[in-house]
Design a protein around this ligand. Structure first.
Ligand SMILES: Nc1ncnc2c1ncn2[C@@H]1O[C@H](COP(=O)(O)OP(=O)(O)O)[C@@H](O)[C@H]1O
Ligand SMILES: [Mg+2]
Length: 249
């Protein structure tokens, strides 16, 4: 369960990216986060795993007060949250397997990580994640030899290898050929359905959000302006979401 209450973010240069955001997410939800560029979608996701420190409000995940975690506790929290970036964020000259194994790093002391001393159990998890994203046989390929779509699948496998309680994906198909959107979102949805892991995905293509998510959160100028089932979206509501004519929730 995620409880976000009165979340706000002001960046050091004075830009206000989020204000007064209240959301509660039960375990196992699959949520699309929509809104125009600059609406605050990335900042919202980044606050949830503390890539960005919130300025106001609180975020509770399970029993953890995420906004206040420090040091080792923050590291322990982060290893349970898989984050998928638009630009994949892989180590290009390493193999698929090594990139996926790095999802296990948070579970080991730093020195083991530096020496790449992974356990057999780590390797099994990594291999099964690679299978799950359809890349069996590519374990030893260097990431820089793969297509963009394959690289994003490696990034998803790395997140799965973390055995996350939560997956956050920030426009994971935005830098890919549109035809690959269904592959990426299909993998995330089937992971959500089979493992019951909560998924929040920023999607700027509304049609995709509607096809994959059960629930939609819409941001406009840093405010949450819609939170409800996909089925309640219609043309009028969609126009108002993007036009910014809805009141903040
Ligand atoms: N590091 C930053 N420093 C200052 N302003 C930022 C920073 N990151 C994002 N912003 C601003 O915060 C607002 C929300 O950005 P963002 O969360 O990236 O929106 P979205 O993902 O919906 O496009 C925008 O005005 C953006 O320019
Ligand atoms: Mg963004």
């Amino acid at each position: 369960m995620i409880e976000v209450s009165n979340l706000g973010k002001v960046f050091p240069d004075g830009t206000r990216a989020l204000s007064g955001v209240n959301v509660s997410v039960p375990d196992g939800d699959f949520i699309a986060v929509i809104g125009l560029s600059g609406a605050g979608k990335s900042t919202f996701l980044r606050c949830l795993n503390r890539l960005v420190d919130p300025s106001e409000g609180s975020i509770t995940v399970g029993s953890k007060d995420v906004a206040r975690l420090r040091g080792r506790q923050l590291q322990h929290y982060r290893r349970t949250v898989g984050f998928i970036f638009q630009q994949f964020n892989l180590v290009q000259r390493l193999s698929v397997l090594d990139n996926v194994l790095s999802g296990r790093l948070g579970y080991h002391p730093t020195w083991r990580g530096l020496l790449a001393l992974y356990t057999e159990a780590d390797k099994e998890l990594a291999m099964s994640a690679i299978r799950e994203v359809g890349l069996s046989g590519k374990e030893d390929a260097r990431v820089d030899q793969l297509s963009g779509g394959q690289q994003q699948r490696v990034a998803i496998a790395r997140a799965m290898a973390q055995e996350p309680q939560l997956i956050l994906a920030d426009e994971p198909m935005a830098s890919l050929d549109p035809r690959l959107s269904d592959v990426i979102l299909g993998i995330l949805r089937s992971y959500n359905e089979t493992k019951g892991v909560t998924v929040l995905v920023n999607i700027h293509v509304l049609d995709l959000a509607k096809r994959y998510a059960k629930r939609v959160l819409a941001f406009n100028k840093g405010k949450l302006v819609f939170d409800g089932p996909v089925s309640s979206l219609d043309d009028d509501l969609e126009t108002r979401i993007y036009a910014g004519s809805l009141e903040a929730l």
